[in-house]
Design a protein around this ligand. Structure first.
Ligand code: PMP
Length: 382
């Protein structure tokens, strides 16, 4: 997709004309009510004399990383049990979007003569092809679907689990022995999926956006096993933005601190349990509406033993609904829904069939309810 179209889709989300229900972008405002309830506890004052320096800790591989943020990232993973932190380097980025690019840079050999192929299994996160090819790098190039990739030589595979857009739990696909993996674990948090094991991959990416809902703070982090890879990722962030905003890092640390505290005190304030019930409620309502006719269908997810909640049969409630239109004469589900003023993202953007759309389930309550109302009305007419 051309850059121009991509920017346009962001504009729609911000300035949606009245009447349009925009469920295209996964803007995680669903968690706003929780944070409003936290009130003053989540506030932070930063004075004019703080954070003038570019530097945080020149001895760290990631020299601009605030130690408080590193501590809180490690603490949260230990509390949730979703990823190992021991012996991992933490690299922070301006969202995990910057880290995806930093990982590509870090995993390409310095002396490679040909661009390294980058793949991910269809349906893949729509930003992967865009960010891989945007600057027409000579280091790497987008090669599409990991399932049909059959070339020899070095490659990089993005493994997204749970996957955006379809919520599936994934493992690497290509096995030619020369690959490097980037595990994008943006949604591996208890509100979306049972935490079935503590992961320990070479590069694991997380983002505050999907973890706590603070997309605007633009903080992502990578847990990296190899020191040289961590160094190269930090180098990418040095060259592109000379580090990451200290204010954002300190805010992220504060938010993560509260989330970890909330998990350690039983009660209604447990952030992930609260998030899980919000997501469960939305999925229940959506399944009920979709179940009224055979016009659309949704994926089913296996239940799992969640190590975080201790429950044996925890359901997954992905951030997006990967919805299929089953009517034979409707080939383009996104266009069809747009006719009813529902904006979604077409399956095509994920390398998949236009009979599918991705619907954000993490937006505002009013928009979600309006979406259900319209979906119900559409189904009654068919
Ligand atoms: N990875 C995945 C799978 C995502 O869905 C997103 C956000 N949509 C990102 C990475 C990037 O998130 P951010 O830049 O906000 O950290």
């Amino acid at each position: 997709m051309a850059g121009k179209d991509r920017v346009a889709s962001f504009n729609i989300s911000k300035f949606s004309p009245p009447g349009i229900v925009n469920l295209d972008i996964g803007d995680p405002t669903i968690f706003e009510s929780y944070w409003r309830k936290m009130g003053e506890k989540s506030s932070l004052v930063i004075s004019g004399n703080q954070f003038l320096s570019y530097f945080s800790d020149s001895k760290n591989e990631c020299w601009y990383l605030e130690s408080k943020l590193e501590d809180e990232i490690k603490r949260l993973h230990s509390v949730v049990g979703n990823a190992s932190v021991e012996d991992y380097y933490v690299v922070v980025g301006t969202g995990s979007t910057q880290l995806l690019q930093a990982a590509l840079y870090a995993l390409c050999p310095d002396d490679g003569s040909n661009p390294v192929n980058v793949v991910s299994a269809v349906p893949y996160y729509s930003s992967y092809p865009e960010l891989t090819d945007f600057l027409r790098s000579s280091l790497y190039k987008w090669k599409g679907d990991a399932r049909t990739y059959d070339e020899g030589g070095p490659y990089i595979e993005f493994v997204t689990s749970p996957n955006n857009p379809d919520g599936s739990i994934r493992e690497a696909i290509v096995k030619n022995g020369q690959g490097k993996l980037v595990h994008d674990l943006a949604y591996y948090w208890p509100q979306y999926t049972p935490i079935t094991s503590c992961l320990g991959y070479d590069i694991m990416l997380f983002t505050l956006s999907k973890c706590t809902g603070h997309a605007g703070t633009r903080i992502g982090w990578a847990l990296v096993k190899d020191k040289d890879v961590a160094k190269k990722m930090a180098e990418f962030n040095t060259i592109t933005t000379i580090g990451v905003s200290k204010e954002s890092q300190i805010r992220a640390a504060k938010i993560l601190d509260l989330v970890s505290d909330s998990c350690q005190n039983p009660g209604p304030d447990n952030f992930f349990k609260h998030g899980q019930s919000l997501m469960a409620e939305r999925w229940e309502k959506l399944r009920k509406v979709v179940g009224q006719s055979g016009l659309f269908s949704l994926p089913q997810y296996p239940k799992g033993h969640c190590l975080f909640t201790g429950e044996f049969s925890t359901e997954a409630h992905p951030a997006f609904a990967w919805m299929k239109c089953n009517k034979e004469d409707i080939d383009d589900c996104e266009k069809f829904l747009r006719g009813f003023q529902i904006v979604t993202r077409t399956g095509r953007r994920f390398g998949s069939d236009p009979k599918y759309v991705r619907v954000s389930l993490v937006g505002k309550e009013e928009e979600f309810e309006l979406f259900l109302e319209r979906l119900l009305a559409i189904q009654e007419d068919f």
